[in-house]
Write a protein that binds this ligand. Structure first.
Ligand SMILES: [Zn+2]
Length: 363
């Protein structure tokens, strides 16, 4: 990745697969040719230096009785509170429905890969990731955001792993067989309830055995500590930020950041404006300074070797100053103006993610 004209970025999180599912089959050509929808399409990844990233499979709410897959959003009922907000925890979803929805999105990704004729590649090893980026194609890492599609016997995990799954968050912000997700609340502690179940602990052990990254984003604090006590891999939160600056339940306390540092893990800084701002507002006119301040704080706590990006493109409100994938160079420019040199920017942009994947994946 050394010779690219701009610094290539590996990104910890996007919800583009759900966006494409909602938009219907014809959206695949729009993605490949650049229809400008959402935050990511192939031409904009090239324009912005987005070389690869974790593409999440997030299962929208729905039930076993549904025909096909519901493609509505997670319709969150935000209640404004004194000085903040609170979203009631989303209800659990049915496993059969989750598997159907997950298969639909994973299959969609493989069809998109085929249709891309080499311009997009699902990668399963670090070598594949590096050669894909060096060859100028978009490297896609398959991630499950919430493990509802996995049965407690973990049969589906084995199959999804062979299909290419290399990263998994045991929970999204709702309960499932493996643990309890963190509800969205501000200002509030991430310590919101019980942690992993026995099945959740088995899931973490199986991910360690297979070499699947266990993502801590969306776990509550007890779940975080349960993973920290068990996992043999570096601790990673793919799209989170610092609680000391933005006290949202989704963010990481200093104690959690310390544990991530001790494990030689990584935090992918979320670009979701409400996860970054000290006031928690969902305000697109959030200046890049707010992101720079979060990076500064994460770097001070974790070290420059353990901070990366986890945009949440296609899944959250982005700062208008970035806008979409094509705007990534503006973030790098703001960091450079603030004193981060090219070596530091390369670490933040991709080297740290590569190092963690080398330590986590089996090959
Ligand atoms: Zn998320």
């Amino acid at each position: 990745m050394a010779n690219a004209p701009t610094i290539p970025i590996l990104d910890g999180h996007n919800d583009t697969l759900l966006r494409l599912l909602r938009a219907g089959r014809e959206a695949d050509d729009g993605f490949l040719d650049g229809d400008g929808a959402g935050h990511i399409d192939l031409p904009r990844t090239r324009a912005g230096g987005l070389a690869g990233g974790f593409f999440a499979v997030f299962v929208p709410p729905g039930s076993a009785a549904d025909d096909g897959v519901r493609v509505g959003g997670p319709s969150l009922d935000v209640e404004i509170t004194d000085g903040g907000y609170e979203v009631p925890l989303s209800p659990p979803i049915d496993g059969d429905y989750a598997r159907r929805a997950t298969l639909a999105m994973v299959a969609r990704l493989f069809r998109l890969e085929e249709r891309s004729a080499g311009r997009l590649r699902v990668v399963r090893t670090v070598d594949e990731l590096v050669t894909t980026v060096e060859g100028g194609a978009l490297a896609v890492i398959l991630h499950l955001e919430g493990a509802e599609a996995i049965d407690p016997e973990l049969d589906a995990l084995e199959v999804f792993y062979r299909a290419g799954l290399r990263s998994l968050g045991p929970v999204w912000s709702r309960p499932n067989a493996f643990g309890h997700g963190v509800p969205f609340r501000f200002p509030a502690s991430p310590d919101t309830g019980p942690g992993l179940t026995a099945a959740g602990r088995d899931l973490v052990r199986a991910c360690n055995r297979l070499g699947i990254l266990v993502d801590l984003s969306h776990l509550n604090e007890r779940g975080f500590w349960d993973v920290a006590a068990l996992s043999t891999a570096p601790l990673v939160a793919s799209h989170s930020a610092a609680h000391a600056i933005c006290p949202s339940t989704r963010n990481l306390t200093d104690r959690q950041l310390h544990a991530i540092k001790e494990s030689d893990g990584l935090v992918g800084m979320n670009f979701e404006v409400s996860a970054l701002r000290p006031d928690g507002f969902d305000e697109p006119e959030t200046p890049l300074d707010v992101l720079v301040r979060q990076v500064d704080y994460l770097v001070a706590r974790l070290g420059i070797e353990r901070v990366g990006f986890g945009s949440d493109f296609d899944g959250a409100t982005m700062p208008r100053a970035i806008g979409d994938a094509a705007g990534l160079p503006r973030l790098l420019a703001a960091l450079r103006a603030h004193g981060y040199d090219d070596a530091a920017l390369r670490q933040l942009a991709h080297e740290n993610w590569l190092r963690v994947l080398r330590q986590t994946w089996r090959e």
